[in-house]
Ligand binder design. Structure first.
Ligand code: F6R
Length: 246
């Protein structure tokens, strides 16, 4: 596990983006796993900036989003279809035709089909992740099995409360979602976990230094051979030993 601590979100974003851009430089058809939420927005923008500056052709880069709410139309601006189009596709400069997002319509077979699509693409090379205040990854809430696959899940109350900021009322937040499982996510060859701000400090410390348990999904990251944490000073605030800054 590699822990990189930065004094600013801008530096963090540039460093995380460099890892993705290096991958794309080596493989024009690289497969990148895409998280939504606030944490990766600056990383996607930095990725796009670096790719443009380097004149990198990203038309063959493939993407797979982690999750989608159940019951929102893809055109709904609050859906993760819309968020991925806006933050990841536009931010990083990706070909929208090659970016897949789980089907939130509840159609039978959608989860298995998503797993198949990731497998058929050869798996994910670099997966971008955020972390929930309760340690969730994707929408794998506390208690999710380490070997879980893409499936429909119930959102934790804390997640609904946290995500209410994107909706008019908390009651409008969908209570169910389709998410890649932890087993699916952990098959990615490299994981980049982004955490910014002191609201994430407790979750980061629990994931890195606490007990390894399914009750803190991000603590299971320790079993992965190639994890890079990109955290700012505030998110690193509860770590007992803060690694030297990058
Ligand atoms: C995003 C996702 C979530 C978020 C997490 C952190 O696709 O599945 O796990 O990464 O909730 O969200 P932010 O970055 O908004 O704090």
């Amino acid at each position: 596990m590699h822990i990189h601590v930065f004094s600013s979100e801008a530096e963090l974003a540039e460093a995380a983006a460099r890892r993705i851009v290096d991958r794309v430089r080596h493989d024009a058809e690289a497969v990148v796993g895409l998280a939504t939420g606030s944490s990766p927005v600056a990383v996607y923008a930095a990725w796009g900036g670096q790719a443009r500056a380097a004149g990198l052709d990203q038309s063959g880069v493939r993407g797979f989003a982690l999750d989608e709410y159940l019951g929102l139309e893809p055109e709904d601006p609050r859906s993760y279809h819309a968020v991925i189009r806006r933050d990841a596709v536009a931010g990083a400069g990706l070909n929208p035709d090659l970016v897949r997002i789980p089907d939130g319509s509840g159609a039978p077979g959608a989860a298995a089909e998503y797993e198949r699509a990731i497998r058929d693409a050869g798996g994910v090379d670099v997966q971008v992740l955020g972390i929930g205040r309760n340690g969730h990854l994707g929408f794998n809430e506390p208690g999710a099995a380490a070997d879980s696959r893409t499936r429909i899940v119930e959102l934790a109350e804390e997640t609904i409360a946290d995500n209410a900021r994107f909706f008019e009322r908390e009651d409008d937040v969908p209570t169910r979602a389709i998410t890649q499982g932890l087993g699916t996510i952990f098959e990615a060859r490299e994981l980049l976990v982004i955490a910014v701000g002191n609201a994430k400090a407790a979750a980061v410390a629990a994931a890195i230094e606490g007990e390894e348990t399914e009750l803190v999904p991000a603590s299971l990251l320790r079993n992965h051979a190639n994890v890079h944490w990109f955290i700012d000073g505030a998110a690193a605030g509860d770590l007992s030993a803060v690694p030297a800054s990058d």
